[in-house]
Design a protein around this ligand. Structure first.
Ligand code: APR
Length: 229
């Protein structure tokens, strides 16, 4: 492949695990005895706004202390040889901090917050959020995160990007959450797909190579053994 060819990365929580950020389904899915699905939801926010804000305040602190790992860094380094697009389900900014310049966050971003009434009123989210912190339209500020049951507004654009992939690399996602989990169906039939995951529950297939590895090990193997210089 050369500069003209397009590598699309589709990443999930597993790529940030080696940076010290917990995944969703490898833990018991609980936070301070609350089910994550109950916290990461509009209902949860309406019922217990400060509990939800504290959840994201705490996650922001973890992400701020985390560093990109070798997998993030290798993805960024490929930009000098290929056209690279990153479609991530992660809300951390480790891809950007590693130097990736073309990142789409399907499920939002932890370092942004927004009006509860107008999703276009978006602000930097630094420090902690509390009930009473208001947007310019007077509504309560909320994390700029796609909560369970909310629309994934970027999915159409993500599908278009995936449809132009020459190589589609999935890293560290269980692919259980929809519609993100179905992006694989949009990969061109003549493109190669590589799935790097600690516990992949799929077998090698036609144009599908499965690397049962940690993200850092799988990415190193991919760059050294599969990507021509
Ligand atoms: N290296 C590679 N893969 C790993 C590693 C690692 N070090 N650690 C865990 N994994 C894999 C797990 O085997 C699993 O397949 O990462 C995946 C993590 O899956 P989930 O916890 O379900 O995370 P993800 O797929 O990103 O979840 C998708 O669900 O909760 C919602 O919005 C949230 O974006 C999230 C979405």
């Amino acid at each position: 492949m050369n500069q003209k060819h397009h590598i699309v990365f589709f990443t999930g929580a597993g790529i940030s695990q080696e940076s010290g950020i917990e995944t969703f389904r490898d833990t018991n899915g609980l936070w301070h005895n609350h089910k994550v699905e109950d916290i990461a939801s509009k209902d949860g926010f309406e019922k217990n706004p400060q509990v939800v804000l504290d959840f994201y305040n705490q996650r922001r602190e973890v992400v701020e202390k985390a560093q990109p790992n070798l997998a993030h860094n290798l993805i960024a380094s490929l930009e000098d040889r290929y056209k690279v697009s990153v479609i991530t389900q992660n809300v951390d900014d480790l891809h950007e901090r590693a130097g990736s310049s073309n990142v789409m966050h399907l499920h939002g971003e932890l370092n942004k917050c927004r009006s509860s009434k107008n999703s276009h009123l978006i602000y930097p989210y630094t420090g902690s959020l509390k009930v009473g912190d208001l947007a310019e339209d007077g509504s309560q500020l909320r994390p700029h995160i796609v909560w369970f049951g909310e629309e994934v507004v970027e999915i159409e654009k993500a599908i278009e990007i995936t449809q132009t992939a020459d190589l589609f690399i999935i890293i560290g996602t269980s692919m259980v959450v929809q519609p993100a989990g179905s992006l694989l169906l949009s990969v061109p039939v003549d493109a190669q797909t590589v799935y790097i995951d600690l516990n992949p529950d799929v077998e090698d297939g036609i144009n599908l190579l499965v690397l049962k590895e940690k993200a850092t090990v799988g990415m190193k193997q991919l760059v050294e053994d599969y990507l021509p210089y």
